[in-house]
Design a protein around this ligand. Structure first.
Ligand code: BG6
Length: 478
């Protein structure tokens, strides 16, 4: 039996939490780390709208032992984190930074010492600046640069890391960078780049997965998708057609290559509808065929609730101002479809639906439509403003209520036969929530950013700890 089989056979279920490098590490230029696109963006006052940055973030770079200890004490048996590309390969290609390799080696070893299974994501939004300057994800050369960087990581950490994913949310990343324009390089409503990004990201992923297999790493590799499953407003006209268009926009450019090793059959038709083209090369088809994942990571927060387009020009609605804005999250694509706003569903302060039921529907839909893949919930959580009680203790009952519901629906889906094998709560501790800054908190552990990054587990941390314990007891007794 290979090591990868042990990951599952030794545990009832993978229960853990997750972070991403730029959001928690800090140490932005420590030990010869290269500059990232987000460093550049956040250091430039004309671009940085909330004047916060990830220079120190949650200082995980220096405090990872404390955080990993807390995971272990909280009954978590796995940790999802990302590697900073620029920490390992400062210019994106070429010279490898031994300082970066040493840091991740130490951190991974510490996870293993504490019996925490590391789950590594190779790219979570933080592009090395040198590659951004060369056109970033629009320049096809990046797919080779990513493959080269992935091989460096497989070589360095593949003897111990068994759970891998290539890219975090290629779809949502393409959306924020090219449609919303709130992530660098800040393009707005650029449908052409939105789809070309997804294509190049999936191609890069396919190349890295092929290398992983060639290198015979004893592990499992996949990709992480933000699965906002599409649901239609009952008033939608041409239901079948609108579902197909919206599903292509939100899901299919990722799910079909990830799970079926090809491009969606409807691509040509959709190019006409959305008016974009794909720059590609001969041989890409074979690359996609080889680049199918072993599993699918799903970040599940919300659904995509849509109806037919009624009127008005293309417009993206987004709320990075939280309570200071009444804006709800959504989009209108002229002539195609638009978001619908369901009055019966609660929204968070950032205008996004809070609707735990979608955990069940999204999982069932993927099982039924994509031949029952192995799935891990790689992110799920609830962002809120928080004020601690005494001694920095946060009584986050609202998070716990949502959390409980999401888990209930996940286990119902599991019961109904979905092959879900792990759950990672977002996030391990409070961190930099991109353009939403530090006010939007997701952590199970509070970080006092004003007071030496002091960690204090929240009520939800203890709730999750008990939940895991009871789950294990129940499984062991049956
Ligand atoms: C996910 C990302 O989409 O959502 C995370 O992978 C992110 O990096 C999380 O922090 C929460 O995002 P937001 O937009 O609510 O701050």
């Amino acid at each position: 039996m290979g090591k990868i089989d042990n990951v599952f056979s030794e545990r009832n279920f993978l229960w853990g939490s997750g972070t991403a490098a730029y959001q928690c590490e800090g140490g932005w230029d420590a030990d010869k780390k290269g500059t990232g696109e987000w460093d550049y963006f956040n250091h430039n006052s004309a671009l940085n709208v909330n004047s916060q940055d990830g220079d120190d973030a949650s200082d995980f770079f220096h405090r990872y032992k404390e955080d990993i200890d807390l995971m272990a004490e909280g009954n978590q048996n796995t940790y999802r984190f990302s590697i900073s590309w620029a920490r390992v390969v400062p210019n994106g290609t070429g010279e490898v930074n031994q300082g970066g390799i040493d840091y991740y080696n130490d951190m991974i070893n510490y996870c293993l010492e504490k019996n925490i299974e590391p789950n590594v994501t190779l790219f979570h939004y933080d592009l090395p600046l040198e590659l951004a300057k060369q056109g970033g994800w629009l320049n096809r050369n990046i797919t080779d640069a990513f493959n080269e960087y992935a091989q460096v990581c497989f070589e360095a950490f593949g003897d111990r890391v068994k759970l891998w994913s290539t890219i975090n949310e290629p779809r949502y990343y393409s959306y924020c960078t090219n449609m919303v324009g709130n992530y660098p390089p800040n393009r707005h409503q650029d449908v052409q780049s939105y789809f070309q990004y997804q294509y190049n990201l999936m191609l890069a992923s396919a190349k890295a997965i092929t290398s992983f297999r060639k290198m015979n790493i004893d592990g499992m590799i996949g990709i992480v998708h933000d699965n906002g499953n599409v649901e239609l407003d009952p008033d939608t006209e041409n239901k079948e057609e609108i579902f197909k268009i919206a599903d292509f926009f939100y899901n299919r450019m990722i799910l079909v290559p990830a799970l079926e090793g090809k491009l969606p059959d409807e691509l040509e038709e959709m190019k006409e509808k959305f008016k974009f083209m794909i720059f590609h090369e001969d041989g890409d088809k074979e690359l996609f065929e080889k680049g199918k994942g072993d599993y699918l990571g799903l970040n599940l927060y919300n659904r995509q609730y849509v109806k037919h387009w009624e009127s008005g020009e293309t417009e993206v609605f987004h709320n990075n101002k939280g309570a200071q804005s009444k804006s709800k999250e959504g989009i209108r694509l002229e002539g195609l479809f638009e978001s619908s706003f369901d009055k019966n569903v609660k929204r968070n302060q950032w205008g996004r639906e809070v609707n735990p039921r979608i955990m069940y529907t999204a999982l069932i839909e993927i099982k039924e439509r994509y031949s029952d893949p192995l799935i891990m919930i790689t992110e799920n959580g609830h962002g809120i403003y928080e004020t601690p009680d005494k001694d920095d203790y946060v009584i986050d009952n609202e998070r716990i209520e949502t959390f409980e519901q999401f888990l209930k629906y996940m286990l119902q889906a599991k019961e109904a036969g979905v092959n879900v094998k792990g759950y990672y709560h977002w996030s391990t501790m409070d961190l930099y929530s991109w353009i939403n800054g530090y006010e939007k908190r997701y952590g199970l552990v509070r970080v006092d950013f004003e007071n030496d990054f002091k960690r204090t587990p929240k009520k939800s941390y203890y709730w999750f700890k008990d939940y895991i314990e009871h789950y294990n007891e129940e499984i062991n007794n049956n």
